[in-house]
Structure formats: structure tokens, C-alpha cells
Design a protein around this ligand. Structure first.
Ligand code: F6P
Length: 336
């Protein structure tokens, strides 16, 4: 078993997520304990093409568990999408005698793994790291909970100024194509309204204006916070806020949280998840079970899940909370 794997490569790819360093640390510590050498490729898959790598030993990862970002740097990689990109990457991995490759990233990075696996003789294992939480096969991705707390901290602060001015605020959170972050931040922040793909693919401005004015009729002047997932209003949150101000007679301001949601020290649960998945990935790799699998967590248990299924978008944002939020909103609408 273990004797087949002497040298593994690891990289972090796509949007960085708090906890990627904690996962790297767990991988390196577990590998070193098993006598396996770890090579860290820098700047995502680009590090393979450019042969930009460093040897990672215990001393390199000792005090990185609390750091946001990724010590290996991250990137999206155009070269892997070229017609012979995957074959080239596999060739380089063979030349470097890399017996297995571990990729920490989201479903886009895992598609890159699938492409390389067609040419690569070694094993490939994924670890889910993205603030979007949009990876099938794991209840949570590394970084999601930290990003949620960051967004929540911002929403709580916005509530203070929104209350003081009795304003409407539109808070845009990240989450390309999915509303995990918008729903979670909206619920936890007590948002009056949440706009995310799970409710429909675009903003219905007339409905939105009606909801705002009804709530103001019911509760008098006050703050009204709308948490919106990015991409829901193609012209952008500022344009939507201007539209709401113009048409509702109430002042609306936009606050785009953007990349600050990706930064910061990972919260405890992200450090723990990252440690568990990093350790589990190595353990299963050495057992020979993990080729083209992702190390995820379901109902508290570490599980292996086929990498090829991680982008199927079958995972759903909490349907109970989605419905509850909608019911509360409808209750304040005029009954016909
Ligand atoms: O996938 C993570 C993510 O942060 C998304 O939420 C967001 O849409 C995207 O990355 C932003 O990417 P970039 O950093 O390339 O602008």
C-alpha cells in the first residue's frame, strides 16, 4: 500500500478560502508521519506547467493553521483548458515522479482534475475548499463558515447605520450561481429579504418594491435589509439600489461585500473541517481508496465522494429555511 506512494503533489486552486492553509498543514503532517514526501505547486495548476514548486515539510506548515489565504497561492489556470493542456500537466507530473496529486479547490478545480486523470498514471484526490459551499458530496466546504461570519459581521454593522437613517440597504454577497452564502447570511443577519438563485433567476423589481412598501406600512419607518447573491441583478447592486431609491421614495444604499468575504483567519469549525479532510485524504490515498475521489464530510462523518459528481449541483441550500423566509415575507403582503 504505502510503498506505492513516495511523493505527492498538492496545490490550491480557484477562489481561495479561509482554511486552505489548515488543510495543507494536515496533509503535510499526515504525509510526513507516513514517510511520504510532499511537493507544493504554487499558483494553482500553473505551478505544474511552470514547475514552480517547493518541498513542504513539517516546519513549513507548523504555524499556518490560523492564516487566511493560501501559502501556496491560488489561481485559475488557462493552460489546463487548452486542447493538450491536461496531457502536458500529466507528463510533467510523471517527470517529477509525483505518485499522487491532491487538489484543494471547488468544482471548477475538480473538473481540471478529471481532465488530467485521462492522461495521468497516479492518483488524484480532491479536498473541497471554496466559500461558495457549492460542491456536491460534502455538507460544507472549507471556508464557507468563515465567509458567513465575515458577511454577518458586516450585515450587523450595516443594520446599525440602516436603523439610524431608517434606510433600505442592499447587501451583495458572493456565491456564483448559488445562494448558500446569501441564505445563511440573510437568515443569521435577520434580513427582511433574501434574493438568491434558489428563489428565481432574476430580481422581480415590482415585487421587491411592493414588499418594501408593505413592510414600511406594517412596521413604520425603519431599516430594511436585503441580502442579495451576486449575479442576481446584472447591472449590479449599485444600479439596483438607485432603482429602488427612485421608485420607492425610500433611500436605498448598496454595499457590495466582495472579496473581503474570502479573507481573514478561519473560524474554529473551518480549521477542524480542514484538518479532518486533509488527514482523511492522506489516509485514504495511502489505503488506495481515494483515486478520483473527494474527501468530504456528511453528517459529521468523513466520506469519499466521486470527483466526477462534485459539480452536479444536486446539493440544495436548506429548503426549510428558504420556505420559512418566503412565508414570513408573504405574511406581510396584502391578503386578497
Ligand atoms: O468561487 C469563489 C468566488 O469567490 C465566488 O464567490 C466569486 O464569484 C468568484 O470566486 C470571484 O472570483 P475572482 O476572485 O476571480 O474575481
Amino acid at each position: 500500500m504505502t510503498q506505492n506512494i513516495k511523493r505527492i503533489g498538492i496545490l490550491t486552486s480557484g477562489g481561495d478560502a479561509p482554511g486552505m492553509n489548515a488543510a495543507l498543514r494536515a496533509v503535510v503532517l499526515s504525509a510526513e508521519a507516513a514517510g511520504v514526501e510532499v511537493i507544493g505547486f504554487r499558483h494553482g495548476f500553473n505551478g505544474i506547467y511552470q514547475q514552480d514548486y517547493i518541498r513542504l515539510e513539517k516546519a513549513d506548515v507548523l504555524h499556518i493553521i490560523q492564516l487566511g489565504g493560501t501559502i501556496l497561492k491560488s489561481a485559475r489556470c488557462k493552460q489546463l483548458q487548452q486542447p493538450d493542456g491536461a496531457a502536458q500537466a500529466a507528463d510533467i507530473l510523471h517527470q517529477l515522479s509525483i505518485d499522487a496529486l491532491i487538489v484543494i479547490g471547488g468544482d471548477g478545480s475538480f473538473r481540471g482534475c478529471q481532465a488530467i486523470s485521462a492522461f495521468y498514471r497516479g492518483q488524484i484526490v480532491g479536498i473541497p475548499g471554496t466559500i461558495d459551499n457549492d460542491v456536491d458530496g460534502t455538507d460544507f466546504t472549507i471556508g464557507f463558515t468563515t465567509a458567513l461570519d465575515t458577511a454577518l459581521d458586516a450585515i450587523d454593522k450595516i443594520r446599525d447605520t440602516a436603523d439610524a437613517f431608517e434606510r433600505t440597504f442592499l447587501v451583495e454577497v458572493m456565491g456564483r450561481h448559488t445562494g448558500y452564502l446569501a441564505l445563511a447570511a440573510g437568515i443569521a443577519g435577520g434580513a427582511e429579504q433574501i434574493i438568491c438563485p434558489e428563489y428565481g433567476d432574476k430580481v422581480d423589481l415590482d415585487d421587491l418594491l411592493q414588499d418594501i412598501s408593505q413592510l414600511k406600512r406594517d412596521f413604520g419607518a425603519g431599516s430594511y435589509i436585503i441580502v442579495m447573491a451576486e449575479t442576481m441583478y446584472p447591472a449590479g447592486a449599485q444600479a439596483l439600489a438607485a432603482e429602488i431609491t427612485a421608485r420607492s421614495g425610500t433611500e436605498c444604499r448598496a454595499c457590495v461585500l466582495g472579496h473581503l468575504q474570502r479573507g481573514g483567519s478561519p473560524v474554529g469549525s473551518d480549521r477542524i473541517l480542514a484538518t479532518k479532510l486533509g488527514a482523511f485524504a492522506i489516509e485514504q490515498l495511502l489505503e488506495g481508496n481515494a483515486h478520483m475521489m473527494m474527501a468530504g464530510e456528511q453528517a459529521g462523518q468523513a466520506v469519499l465522494y466521486p470527483l466526477v459528481l462534485t459539480g452536479d449541483k444536486k446539493k440544495r441550500a436548506d429548503p426549510y429555511l428558504l420556505q420559512w423566509q418566503q412565508r414570513m415575507l408573504q405574511q406581510s403582503e396584502p391578503q386578497s
